[in-house]
Design a protein around this ligand. Structure first.
Ligand SMILES: [Zn+2]
Length: 231
């Protein structure tokens, strides 16, 4: 972008900020991107397991998908709030470190790849960015030995899963996660799969199978929020 266009865009963004003062994406509190209370919704990493998924690899969630956490996630994902990427990526970085420490025996001491779950191409175009890839790349900055591998994509035949029940979500995604072979980590490289919302486990299952087929093992899964029932 030319500096002139950049200046115009910055000026426009500044005007928007003046018209729409900064508000917490979770609760609307003025003066915050994400206030301490809402940020705290992403502070407790815990193990979750949808009934359709086997116990391995372990799935960890930062938040329960509801209320403030849901509003903040949707603001980042669909509402264009890129200013949330910093605070959320910081939580992801802490969580990845915790997970790698917990599963040290599985991970080993070599490099680890953080693999974002793929979004539909139409959704990426609508949002103007691949939000999970951006969050992963931002999180990796604070994680020595961890690099993002954006090596999965969705087949064009996969539909938007909003509104689909569990069986239809699995059916929609079956065989629909494909690997980008030129971006795959070397075979055997331990992978941490990263997704935003865990609903049925269909995405996790199909990503894991696609990666396993390429010789890349998923050792653990991190999701920002869990929408599946918890015991
Ligand atoms: Zn808040």
């Amino acid at each position: 972008m030319s500096s002139d266009r950049w200046a115009k865009r910055s000026a426009a963004a500044g005007l928007v900020n003046l018209l729409l003062p900064l508000r917490c994406a979770g609760c609307g509190l003025a003066g915050f991107v994400l206030c301490a209370g809402c940020g705290g919704r992403f502070a407790e990493l815990r193990r979750v397991r949808p009934p359709e998924l086997s116990p391995a690899p372990p799935v960890h969630a930062l938040a329960r998908y509801g209320g403030r956490a849901r509003r903040a996630l949707l603001a980042c994902k669909e509402g264009g709030r890129r200013d949330l990427e910093g605070p959320l990526a910081a939580r992801v970085a802490v969580a990845v470190r915790e997970i790698l420490d917990e599963h040290a025996a599985l991970v080993g001491t070599g490099p680890v790849r953080l693999v974002p779950a793929p979004s539909r191409a139409a959704a990426v175009r609508r949002r103007g960015r691949a939000h999970l890839v951006r969050l992963a790349r931002r999180a990796e900055r604070g994680l020595p030995g961890v690099r993002t591998a954006d090596c999965l994509r969705l087949s064009p035949r996969v539909r938007d899963s909003v509104g689909l029940d569990s069986a239809r979500r699995f059916e929609n995604l079956r065989g629909g996660v494909l690997v980008r072979t030129n971006r795959l980590p070397p075979p055997g490289t331990p992978v941490l799969l990263f997704d935003d919302v865990l609903t049925t486990g269909a995405t996790v299952l199909n990503c894991r199978e696609a990666l396993a087929g390429a010789g890349v093992p998923v050792v653990a899964v991190l999701v920002l929020a869990n929408a599946a029932r918890e015991p």
